[in-house]
Ligand binder design. Sequence first.
Ligand code: F6R
Length: 590
Amino acid sequence: MCGIVGYIGKKDVKSVLLTGLKALEYRGYDSAGIALRNDEEIQIIKSVGRIKNLEEKLTKTKIIKATSGIAHTRWATHGKANETNAHPHQVGKITLVHNGIIENMDELKTRLIKKGYSFKTETDTEVVAALIDSYLNGDILKAIKKATNDITGSYALGIISETDKDHIYAIRKDSPLLLGLKADENFFASDLTALTDYTDKFIFLEEGEIAKLSSNQIVIYDSNLKPIKKEIKTIKLDEKDKGKQGYEHFMLKEIMEEPIVLEKTIKKYLENPDLLPDLSSYKQIHIVACGSAMYAGLIAKYLIEKYASIPCQAEVASEYRYKNNIYDRKTLVILISQSGETADTIAAMREAKKRGITTMAIVNVKTSTIAREADIPLFIEAGPEIAVATTKAYLLQVALISLIAFNLSKHNLKEPDKIIEDFKKVPRLVKEIIDKRENYQDIAKQIYQNENAFFIGRQIDYAICQEGSLKLKEVSYIHCEAKEAGELKHGTISLITKDMPVFGIITDENLRDKTLANIKEVESRGAKTFIITTDKLKTSENDITVKATSPFTETLEVVPILQLIAYETAKLRGCDIDKPKNLAKSVTVE
Ligand code: F6R
C-alpha cells in the first residue's frame, strides 16, 4: 500500500523516479508526487489520480536539474485523495514520503502545535515531517531516530533534509523498504520491481534500521545509530516477468501463466518431498490470511478436516489477531500471503509466535517479512503478480495447501498414488480450461448488465464460491455474495429476482443432488443459473464442466473458470481491470 522510490545519482532523477512509480502503481493509485532536489532548492510536484497525470504535469512544468529525489504513489488512509494530501510533504527543513499509518498522530500533532507548528494537510505523514524537523539540531540521523522513537504505528519513510544536501535517508518499521545499489548511484523503493530496470543488487532493511544513501555509498545504522554491515543480494527478474508481454491486461497475462507456474510449483514439491515438513504431530491447525489467501485456506480447511480428520479453522487475519485464540502445544498456525507483507497477517503471525506456537507460511515473495519471520516458510513459484486482483498466486496457494492437506491425509486415502497423478496432470487440464476463452466471454455477455450475482455451493464448493464472488465483485463492481447453498432459504433467497445470475458449484459427489436442488429453487424464482461441475457429476448439457479428478485437484480446475468469467465481465463493463477502484495490491496497513 503506497509506493515509495528514492534516487541519488547522475541519471535524470525525474525519469528514474517516474519509472519506479509506474512499477509501484499497483500499491496505490489515487495521487502521486515527487520531490526533486539539488544544491539550491527542492521542487515538489504532485497530482491527483494515476501516475500518468503526474507525468503530464511534469512535462508542462519547468523542472530543476536534480541530483536526488523521492517519490510516492498514494493509497489514501488519512485525508482525501487530493493534491494537498498527496506526498511528498514538507515541514521546515524536512521533505518526506511515507507508507504506513501513524497511530498516535493526534497526540503528536497536539504536541507539535504547542511547539508552534501548523499543518496544511489531513495526513499523518505531515506530522512525521514536523516531528523530525522539531528534533533537527544539525544531526539528521539523530532527529530521525528521536522522531521514530515517538511514533506508534507503521512506516516506511524516504527523507530528504535541507541540512544534508549529499544524502537521502530511508527507514522502515512494519512496512517494506529495500535499497538498490549500483556504481555511482543508489536507490530505495517499496518493492524491487521499481528498481529492476536499473540494478539487480539489493539490501533489505530490517525494522528500525536507517539507511543513508549518497551516490557512491550506502551506510546502514542499527537502532543505536551504530553502522552495520548488511548482505547484498543479487536478484534478477526473468524477462517474461516484465511488462504485459502483449496481453491487454496483467490479469489476463497472469491467468494465462497459470499452467506453467502451477507445473513449476507442483513439480517442486512432488520431486522434493523433503521440502514439505512432516506435520503429522500437530493436533489442530489454524489457517490465517486475508482476502483470497484466506479463501485458499478455506479450501484446505475442508480437505484437512474431511480427509486428515484434524480440526482445522480458516480465519481472516484482521479478526484472528484480536481474538482469544485457544492453542495447545500441538497447534500449527499456517499463514498464507502472496506479498508476505499484509499487515494483519504479519500481526497474526507475530501474535502466534509470541505465544510459542509454530508458524508455517505459504508465500510468493521470498524476501518478504512473512517469508523471513515464519518458522517454516514455503514458497509458491508464481513470479511477480502485478494485477491487483490475485489470480495465479491464489491458484498456487490452493495448489500448495492442497498438497499439504494431501500429505496429512495420505494414510487415510485408498489410492494416494492416483491423486499424485492428478496433481501432475492438473497443469495440462488448466491449460485446456483457459484455452476456452470464448465460453467465458459468452457467459460474461449474459451477466455483464446485472448489478447483483450469487455463488452457491456446499463445503469445499462453498470455499470456491467465496473466491469466485470476490473476483467478480472486485474487478467488475457487480455486487456478489457467496452463500452456502443450504443456507439460502434462511433469508437470502428473498433477494433473488428475475434474470439474476447465480453460479452453482458442484464438485462434491455426495452433495451434488443437494446443491442441484438449491439451484432449482433459485431457478424457479427467475434466476439465470450457471452450473460449474465435473464431467462425472454433469447435470445437463448446459453445464460448464471440468475433468473429474480428485477432491484435492478439482478446485484447481474450477478456479481459472471463475477468474476468466470475472475478467471478461469486467472488460465488457469497461472497468479498470488491473487497478480496480479503491484497492491496492499489498495491504501493508491494518
Ligand atoms: C483479491 C486479493 C486480496 C489478497 C489479500 C491478501 O484478489 O488479491 O484479497 O488476496 O489482500 O494479500 P496477500 O496474499 O498479499 O497477503
